[in-house]
Ligand binder design. Structure first.
Ligand code: ADE
Ligand code: ZN
Length: 360
């Protein structure tokens, strides 16, 4: 990982992951297996991947370009690659296997608790029945806890670049799997391409979810068009509980004040930004946030489409390039517990474990 190896301190730290897209954890080996099993051709636009090696090569997108902002149009964007990956997921067992693979990996990385995002519209718009997705994830949620000891509460995401009404209809379909029903998800979020799709468009949808007893969070991607306005809307107009990314808040005092005064935390994913931001520009921002009293935690986003850098790699980057101390890294892990929406008993177990970490 850019010459960095994961230290034993980071590897053994008890972790909470609050910003991971389950579909962004679909590893090439499982994608290949499901493509064979479901007889789905592996391709992106006119490009077909005939061998496993060709498929692997397709993950080497090295930069995060935005065609709508003048970036290249001849290579897939990260989101296009991500949605192309979803095409092999058809049956309940496929979704179950995807999630179980991820939860097994959580155990290896000492992730104790996770709130994975899922994009149900990425599947229903391909004609996949919602129950295949929801029952697959539900089975994995239960077995992940019993088999691997990894507890999870999931987050339904609206695809912000689809019509709001489609998101609302998907939500209605999924509602029986929310915390008052089967208990799969306890929050809603806003994901996919943010270009000209500000959080306010989904205000009513968020209000509806809150009325149903769910938590609310939204992506405010780093370096996007209108990024400060999106963050402003999220904090003051939608009154969101957390922001996913939101690092551009540092450019405006009123946004930093809003985050601090309203106790809105940021779920940051350093490697996602490091793909197109110089080390010396990016990592001092972590110190700035700490000094400004903004709560944040370290997460992974879409590890498979981001050079296989998972939460441990993201934490190592923060530790190493951000020049944070062991004590500060434990504080960031504790921030994730503060910011998460687990039961108090689950939180207490993780706080207790963090109290035992040797920071010398
Ligand atoms: N959906 C999946 N990954 C995403 C990301 N990094 N930003 C916005 N939407 C996403
Ligand atoms: Zn994300």
């Amino acid at each position: 990982m850019n010459g960095l190896t994961i230290s034993s301190f980071i590897a053994s730290l008890p972790k909470v992951e609050l910003h991971i897209h389950i579909e962004g954890t679909l590893q090439p080996a499982l994608r290949w297996k499901l493509a064979q099993r479901n007889k789905i051709p592996l391709r992106f636009k006119s490009q077909e991947y005939h061998t496993y090696e060709e498929l692997l090569e397709s993950y080497n997108v090295t930069y995060n370009h935005r065609p709508e902002l003048g970036g290249r149009k001849d290579v897939p964007t990260f989101l296009e690659a991500y949605f192309a990956g979803c095409e092999v997921l058809l049956k309940e067992d496929d979704f179950y296997e995807l999630a179980m693979d991820y939860l097994a990996r959580c155990r290896q990385m000492n992730v104790r608790y996770v709130e994975p995002f899922f994009d149900i519209q990425a599947h229903t718009r391909r004609g996949i029945p919602a129950e295949h997705v929801l029952n697959g994830y539900l089975r994995a949620q239960r077995e992940g806890a019993s088999k691997y000891g990894v507890r999870s509460n999931w987050i339904f995401c609206f695809l912000r670049d689809e019509p709001v009404e489609d998101g609302e209809a998907a939500y209605e379909t999924a509602l029986p799997w929310a915390r008052s029903g089967h208990g799969l998800f306890h929050a809603v979020g806003l994901a996919s391409n943010a270009y000209e799709r500000p959080p306010m468009l989904f205000k009513k949808a968020f209000e509806r979810a809150q009325a149903d007893g769910l938590h609310i969070t939204t992506h405010c991607d780093f370096g996007q068009k209108d990024t400060h306005e999106h963050i402003r809307q999220a904090i003051f107009d939608v009154q969101i509980e957390r922001i996913d990314h939101g690092l551009d808040a540092l450019d405006r005092d009123e946004l930093v004040e809003g985050l601090v005064n309203r106790n809105v935390g940021l779920t940051l994913c350093p490697h996602a930004y490091h793909r197109r931001t110089a080390t010396e520009v990016l990592f001092p921002k972590l110190r700035q946030l700490l000094d400004g009293g903004v709560k944040f935690c370290i997460n992974s986003d879409d590890p498979v489409y981001m050079h296989d850098v998972w939460i441990d790699g993201n934490m190592e980057k923060a530790y190493h390039y951000g020049e944070l101390t062991k004590q500060e890294m434990v504080q960031l892990a504790r921030n994730a517990v503060d910011m998460c929406w687990a039961d108090e008993a689950v939180k207490k177990e993780i706080y207790d474990e963090l109290d035992q970490v040797d920071v010398r």
